[in-house]
Design a protein around this ligand. Structure first.
Ligand code: KIV
Length: 265
């Protein structure tokens, strides 16, 4: 399996080949996803939600994302690994963003960074690209701006003007692809037709050039009280499987059924 490179990814849209993206945060999971043929692995700051149990992504630090990204990159042979620039490194301007992204590159050997922001931060995207750091843009819902927006609201017709200004600015700034998060299907379809770079949808309908889901959402690996968002298709029920395996183990320990002869020396 040869490593996916940026020039190869750039051919996908032209060839009408959909891009498969999943988030991932650790070594064994990254090995599985790489072997399963996932194109892009995203070490997302959703780490804050699904691994750390926080309500937002805001507290994830650069050190934390580097810690997880290093494990992921080490596990991978083929997939292209993208690492989120955590809050506030997209917001602090070009010098801070380049410094943070350079640390990510040096300490993890990742392939690219993901950057939340539109027209107002396009110059920072250009600075990253000029520094030799490929950038995956991120428009639509931007979870790092949750304090400003007050919620995760789907982008609709009324948001059209701002959305198109943002995505066009991100493309012009040099991003190699763009995540569109929670955008009405018709708007995302229009964006996909308009842009030369691939769109990667999450809650943005079926017409994007690729799709991304959060690993834990895909697998149903989460506490029972966590709701499943509308945009998620859950392909497994790990919560039930883990719960039942652990209950069986506990029962075996309590009844001395484990360890058996086959597990003993
Ligand atoms: O942090 C993340 O996992 C993301 C994806 C949901 C696109 O930004």
């Amino acid at each position: 399996m040869s490593k996916l490179t940026l020039p190869k990814i750039r051919t996908f849209k032209r060839e009408g080949r959909k891009i498969v993206v999943l988030t991932v945060y650790d070594y064994p999971s990254a090995r599985l996803l790489d072997n399963a043929g996932v194109d892009l692995l995203l070490v997302g700051d959703s780490l804050g939600n699904v691994v750390q149990g926080k309500t937002t992504t805001l507290s994830v630090t650069l050190d934390e994302i580097i810690y997880h990204a290093e494990m992921v990159v080490r596990a991978v042979e083929r997939s292209f690994v993208v690492v989120d620039l955590p809050f506030p490194f997209c917001q602090l301007g070009a010098a801070e963003a380049v410094r943070a992204a350079a640390r990510i590159f040096k300490e993890t050997s990742a392939d690219a960074v993901k950057f939340e922001g539109g027209k107002n931060r396009a110059s920072t995207i250009t600075a990253l690209v000029d520094a030799g750091i490929p950038v995956l843009g991120h428009c639509g819902i931007r979870p790092q701006e949750i304090r400003q927006t007050g919620g995760y609201f789907v982008q609709r017709e009324k948001d059209r003007e701002q959305l198109f200004q943002d995505i066009e600015a991100v493309e012009k700034a040099g991003a190699f692809a763009i995540v569109l998060e929670c955008i009405e299907t018709t708007l995302a379809q229009e964006a996909t037709n308009l842009l030369q770079i691939p769109t990667i949808g999450i809650g943005a309908g079926p017409y994007c050039d690729g799709q991304v889901l959060v690993f834990h959402d895909l697998l149903g690996y989460k506490p029972e009280q966590d709701r499943t968002p509308k945009h998620v298709k859950q392909y497994a029920d790990l919560r039930t499987m883990i719960f039942s395996a652990v209950r069986n183990y506990a029962e075996d320990v309590r009844t001395s059924a484990f360890p058996g002869k086959e597990n003993s020396f």
